[in-house]
Design a protein around this ligand. Structure first.
Ligand SMILES: Cc1cc2nc3c(=O)[nH]c(=O)nc-3n(C[C@H](O)[C@H](O)[C@H](O)COP(=O)(O)OP(=O)(O)OC[C@H]3O[C@@H](n4cnc5c(N)ncnc54)[C@H](O)[C@@H]3O)c2cc1C
Length: 366
């Protein structure tokens, strides 16, 4: 017989992991299943192992975690053990800004900026480790949900691999199957959350679908370059470095930042983040980098030796504005909840919004 979970969470990113860990701390005997399309934990804050060279492992999504100062108390409770054990490292000194004239200076930020050590996916793993009964938290990776149905007061969740999962409560940690962008991305004809309810049946869900429809998204493309261990690489004495680009450079080239991440064999992976709304113009990326860094010999030498080994398209993933209000996070009548960086008050965003939304959702469950 199919196992009936107390909670199924769609997604295994920061918001899903924060939700599962906090719920487990509060009610340690509840069974929770996180169903994730990707093959690892972390969502957009995950880490990729190179398919061709297994030694290479790099953070191809979120490169650093910003928190507004002072850090909200509930988030601080979750992250202070990680800061104390140096699993979250302050990297504000490892971030430079390139201005429009090509000068490099230390970047000034009002936020606290961390990175997870050794890799970004460890952040979500550590959050899950804080639960008090981790055996109750299960994962199903490489599982894409295309259909959700509410039948006999239970949730039936169907995956692309033919698996059927059943739960008392359902949490969507991503706006994907509540937003029309899923039609193209998942190659389906209707929005799964809309299909689950006839209009008028659940006011929270109706309002959520309406508000989610107004969300606009930013796309990101990450170019992944590799420089093998050589005399050039040995002269570069950073384990990790991030260079953000000025507004003018962003507007001209769509370059957001470049990250240098040292590998276990001494080689370097460089991840160039480009952001865009509609289209990313075709340009010669490496040539543009060489021109931008022409007066910085150390970087120039790296780019001259660099080889593009992969790219990652983060399609329609970052909500830009019209984030949803907290009142739409839980419907008690249908036992469905929502969390993620598509909720909040437009004062933070990204990771902080994602964590805030999950902390609030757990508190609001009766
Ligand atoms: C390249 C990049 C750079 C970024 N830079 C910053 C930054 O500098 N600062 C900042 O604050 N934020 C940044 N972000 C955003 C930050 O990563 C996110 O805000 C945060 O990770 C959101 O976490 P989440 O749990 O809400 O969503 P996600 O991490 O997107 O998790 C949702 C998960 O749900 C899964 N999922 C969705 N639908 C389904 C389905 N139907 N079936 C199965 N699984 C499904 C997805 O695969 C995903 O893993 C960046 C993101 C990217 C990609």
């Amino acid at each position: 017989m199919t196992n009936i979970y107390d909670f199924i969470v769609i997604g295994a990113g920061i918001s899903a992991c924060t939700f599962a860990s906090l719920l487990n701390k509060r009610s340690s005997d509840l069974s929770i299943l996180l169903v994730e399309h990707g093959s690892r934990i972390g969502g957009r804050a995950t880490t990729r192992k190179s398919r061709k060279n297994k030694i290479l492992e790099y953070d191809h999504g979120l490169p650093s975690i910003n928190f507004t100062e002072p850090i909200p108390e509930d988030i601080l409770k979750l992250i202070s053990p990680l800061i104390n054990s140096k699993k979250l490292i302050d990297i504000s000194k490892d971030i430079l800004l390139m201005n429009e004239f090509g000068y490099l200076n230390n970047a000034v930020s009002h936020d606290l900026i961390y990175r997870s050590s050794p890799l970004m996916l460890n952040f979500c793993e550590e959050i899950i480790c804080q639960s008090i009964n981790p055996q109750k938290i299960n994962f199903s990776f490489q599982t894409l949900i295309k259909s959700i149905k509410r039948r006999h007061d239970l949730w039936e969740i169907k995956a692309n691999n033919g698996k059927l999962f059943i739960s008392q409560n359902l949490i969507l940690s991503s706006s994907l199957i509540a937003h029309s962008r899923c039609l193209k991305i998942l190659n389906i004809n209707s929005i799964p959350l809309r299909d689950a309810f006839i209009p008028g049946k659940d006011k929270v869900v109706d309002a959520l679908l309406k508000e989610t429809g107004k969300l606009t998204y930013m796309m990101r493309k990450v170019y992944i370059f590799y420089v093998s261990n050589s005399s050039v690489v040995q002269k570069f004495n950073h384990q990790y470095l991030q260079i953000t680009f000025s507004k003018t450079i962003k507007e001209d080239l769509n370059f957001e930042r470049i990250i240098f991440q040292r590998q276990s064999d001494g080689s370097i992976i460089m991840l160039l983040h480009c952001s865009y709304i509609n289209n990313l113009p075709e340009i010669n990326i490496l040539k543009s980098l060489i021109s931008l860094f022409s007066t910085h010999k150390l970087f120039l030498d790296l780019f001259l030796e660099a080889r593009l080994i992969d790219t990652m398209d983060w399609r329609a993933s970052q909500p830009l504005d019209n984030l949803l209000p907290k009142e739409l996070q839980w419907s008690d009548s249908s036992k469905i909840g929502f969390c993620g960086d598509w909720f909040d008050l437009n004062i933070c965003g990204g990771v902080e919004s994602a964590m805030n939304s999950s902390i609030r959702l757990v508190k609001s469950l009766t």
